[in-house]
Design a protein around this ligand. Sequence first.
Ligand SMILES: NC(=O)c1ccc[n+]([C@@H]2O[C@H](COP(=O)([O-])OP(=O)(O)OC[C@H]3O[C@@H](n4cnc5c(N)ncnc54)[C@H](O)[C@@H]3O)[C@@H](O)[C@H]2O)c1
Length: 248
Amino acid sequence: MDRLKGKKCVVTGGARGIGRAIALAFAREGADIAILDRNEELAATTARDAEAIGVCAFAITADVSDETSATAALQRAEQALGSVDVLVNNAGIGGNALLVDLSVEAWDRMIAVNLRSVFLCTRVVLPGMISRRWGRIISTSSQLAHKGGIELVHYCAAKAGILGFTRALAYEVAQHGITVNAICPGPIETDMSTTLSDAWRARKLAELPLGRFGTVEEIAPTAVLLASDEGSYYTGASLNPNGGDVMI
Ligand SMILES: NC(=O)c1ccc[n+]([C@@H]2O[C@H](COP(=O)([O-])OP(=O)(O)OC[C@H]3O[C@@H](n4cnc5c(N)ncnc54)[C@H](O)[C@@H]3O)[C@@H](O)[C@H]2O)c1
């Protein structure tokens, strides 16, 4: 408790799923929270639930893949919170297609939502973190960045891109007291994973050492660790709560 007391945090994709669990876990640790999501209604619900824990929380509706929308949203969050100490780049989309069937539009959309957004959101909050000489950038990648997966070329490319972004930026900003890390969850029960085909799910369950998909509550503690002082010696890292699916 209170491991993030007084910290000002933004969680993108915080309306539901992993992002919601991270936002609520941060709130339980005393952080004030801006929930940034394209889903206005669910983002407002998460913000209300965080507020009920006893912190300041509010929702901002935005499309993180769009330069104008993402920039304005992060600026608004910074203004309303007073600063942004922790940014969790978590918003993302799924999608399945063999490369031979993958349209340029589907490729571009995947890269824009899952990778471009990380750049767009981070660049707004970084100058403030540099001037305060403290900050945490945490991005939700995926175990599939390491492992790959059939029909997931665009998803894996975007998620592996986050790891490159994380390592490169970690070098750039370490001197300013800012850490940059990624979380690579394994398969987690969320609305996103319900879109997987039965065959894909059965294959995954068969190869998972722990024999089950994870829960969002099994991912949020990793984000708390990386955001808190206890995580101060991690940078450029990818942490892997993944049920043993990729052992690295
Ligand atoms: N569920 C899994 O098995 C799994 C595994 C590894 C990584 N991840 C990653 O974790 C993150 C969260 O996934 P989840 O399973 O909670 O999915 P989810 O679909 O339940 O939640 C994603 C959230 O992101 C928001 N979002 C999507 N596109 C957006 C956009 N353009 N602008 C703003 N908000 C947007 C959605 O509205 C939603 O609230 C994603 O980056 C996903 O790729 C998920």
